[in-house]
Design a protein around this ligand. Structure first.
Ligand SMILES: C[S@@+](CC[C@H](N)C(=O)[O-])C[C@H]1O[C@@H](n2cnc3c(N)ncnc32)[C@H](O)[C@@H]1O
Length: 222
């Protein structure tokens, strides 16, 4: 996809400002893309909603244009959804208004730096984002910290490390010439190990097809 960072060759990882500008530019195209597999998406929503109750406050990071936050909102007390792309959030707010959903807030924030009090949420969602972070282990540890005891972390993550190992070699080049955002290549087992290392117990582990994103529901012990 012909999307470029400002500037020329990078011999370093992109800054947050560059990354959020990248997602701002991508936002309209991203929103226009159909969901890759509607049935799989609906199954993930249903498996998440099986854990939701009307007294819950949930948090989503990297919410993009807000479709998932809006889908879960009727099942909980509140949804706080953050993303660092202003354009993604603009579309998310418009979608929430159109859907008439009043208990979801969309805020600009960077999950790696924003202040969130410990043990604030009953559930945290991180969908199609962990592979985009420079230090996913630090973010997984943050998620553990901001969840209440017994709370759950729902993630869906592209794990390119087994089926597309070669991608790990071209990704830095793609970043360097501005074609790719920050991209981390990991195996499903590496991600499972990161979750367990942070203290999570994996309750639900689903990869709908060999190269599909890994869907995990992980619980913080009570
Ligand atoms: C691939 S999109 C996924 C959007 C949505 N979760 C979905 O499943 O469609 C990744 C999103 O994460 C956001 N993002 C990436 N890094 C972030 C960070 N450090 N903090 C907050 N948002 C971030 C991007 O702006 C983008 O909207």
């Amino acid at each position: 996809m012909a999307i470029t960072f400002p500037g020329e060759l990078h011999d370093r990882n992109p800054t947050m400002a560059e990354l959020s500008a990248f997602w701002d530019r991508l936002a309209d195209k991203y929103a226009a893309q159909p969901i890759a597999d509607e049935q799989v998406y609906r199954t993930k929503l249903a498996r998440t909603q099986a854990h939701l109750t009307p007294d819950m406050d949930i948090f989503e990071f990297g919410c993009g244009t807000g479709g998932t936050a809006i889908a879960h909102a009727p099942h909980v007390r509140s949804v706080r959804a953050v993303d660092f792309s202003a354009r993604m959030l603009e579309m998310a707010r418009a979608r929430a208004a159109e859907a008439g959903v009043g208990n979801v807030s969309f805020e600009r924030g960077d999950i790696t730096t924003m202040a969130i009090p410990p043990e604030s949420y009953d559930m945290v969602l991180g969908l199609s984002i962990l592979h985009l972070l420079e230090n996913r282990q630090a973010v997984i540890a943050r998620v553990f910290d901001i969840l209440k005891p017994g709370g759950r972390f729902v993630s869906s993550t592209a794990c390119l490390g087994d089926s597309m190992k070669w991608f790990g070699y071209v990704a830095p080049l793609g970043r360097a010439i501005g074609l790719l955002p920050m991209l981390n290549v990991m195996t499903p087992d590496q991600l499972r190990a990161d979750m367990q290392q942070a203290g999570f117990v994996i309750e639900h582990d689903w990869r709908p097809a060999p190269k599909a994103a890994l869907f995990l529901i992980a619980r913080k012990p009570a």
